[in-house]
Design a protein around this ligand. Structure first.
Ligand code: CP
Ligand code: NVA
Length: 306
């Protein structure tokens, strides 16, 4: 049985297999063909942070696969008032077929997974957001930007950046990360990614200069400067990230046919300008929809591998 906590645990072949399955199911559903691949199965979704895309995509995805999803927020279950992770994991996994968790510390997810009898999926932790990267790469595949991509990530060294590092390191493409000083990625995750990159041939560059990252890029991406749990740092962060907005001037340095991605939710005129977010290079809505399709591929794949 496999969990899906970080892309670090997956080979290039496995990631591409999950995405191929997701695309196959996407095409079926677009043709109104709904195969009950997960009939009578239940996905427990534990949310310790809020969500629009993750909740809707997993719940709708499970329904379309013939299964059922349970939404469990911290206010609904005893985990939120201190019932041990171990007990929650053993109880929920004795009744459900899969669990998705959105939480703060990545270690909580690992602890849950170590006591779970069923596959556990990371729906976002402070360290990683791997299901988002499945959707992002699916979006790149659909417009041919998976061929020798040069991805520029501009912004905070956060869970999204860490996931981009892992994806690039596993698939072997070029990734340039530009963060302000003091907001760099977790150095241990960078070391891991650099080691993996040696095997895969990925070229990873870390800089503090957004322009250096974006010049000639085929994919430009960013994420909020204020992740969930960092709300108190908002004023400080907006000040410290000056010069890191992805606007038309920065996009103009990328390839003419470059695409723009953002996992959403976005703060307009903070990390990205309205013109870029709503511009013709932006694929944010295709990317968001692909959460549904990529995650169905993932759930079916995890079911096959138990
Ligand atoms: N991108 C993403 O995970 O969005 P939500 O926080 O709305 O789930
Ligand atoms: N980095 C953001 C991603 C939101 C989907 C956060 O953790 O809040």
């Amino acid at each position: 049985m496999r969990h899906f906590l970080t892309l670090k645990d997956y080979t290039k072949e496995e990631i591409l297999e999950i995405l191929a399955l997701g695309l196959e199911i996407k095409h079926e559903v677009k043709a109104k063909v709904f195969k009950p691949r997960l009939a009578h199965q239940t996905l427990a979704m534990i949310f310790e942070k809020s969500s629009t895309r993750t909740r809707v995509s997993f719940e709708v995805g499970m329904f379309q696969l013939g299964g059922h999803a349970l939404f469990l927020s911290n206010r609904d279950i005893h985990l939120g008032r201190g019932e041990p992770v171990k007990d929650t994991a053993r109880v929920i996994s004795s009744m459900c077929d899969m669990v998705m968790i959105r939480t703060y510390e990545h270690s909580k997810l690992e602890e849950f997974a170590s006591h779970s009898k069923v596959p556990v999926i990371n729906g976002l932790s402070d360290s990683y957001h791997p299901v988002q990267l499945l959707a992002d790469y699916m979006t790149m595949m659909e417009c041919g930007k998976d061929i020798n991509p040069v991805v520029a990530y501009v912004g905070d060294g956060n869970n999204m950046t860490h996931s981009w590092l892992m994806l690039a390191a596993k698939l072997g493409f070029e990734l340039r990360v530009a963060t302000p000083k003091g907001y760099e990625c977790d150095p241990l995750i960078v070391i891991d990614a650099m080691e993996l990159a040696q095997e895969s041939g990925a070229k990873i560059t870390i800089t503090n200069d957004p322009k250096e990252a974006v010049v000639g890029a085929s994919v430009v991406t960013t994420d909020t400067w204020i992740s969930m749990g960092q709300e108190d740092e908002k004023t400080q962060r907006i000040n410290d990230f000056k010069g890191y907005i992805v606007d038309e001037a920065l996009m103009a340095l990328a390839r003419e046919d470059a695409i723009f991605l953002h996992c959403l939710p976005a703060y307009r005129e903070v990390e990205v300008s309205e013109a870029v977010l709503e511009g013709k290079q932006s694929l944010i809505l295709e990317e968001a929809e692909n959460r549904l399709h990529a995650q169905k591929g993932l759930m079916v794949w995890l079911d096959k591998h138990r």
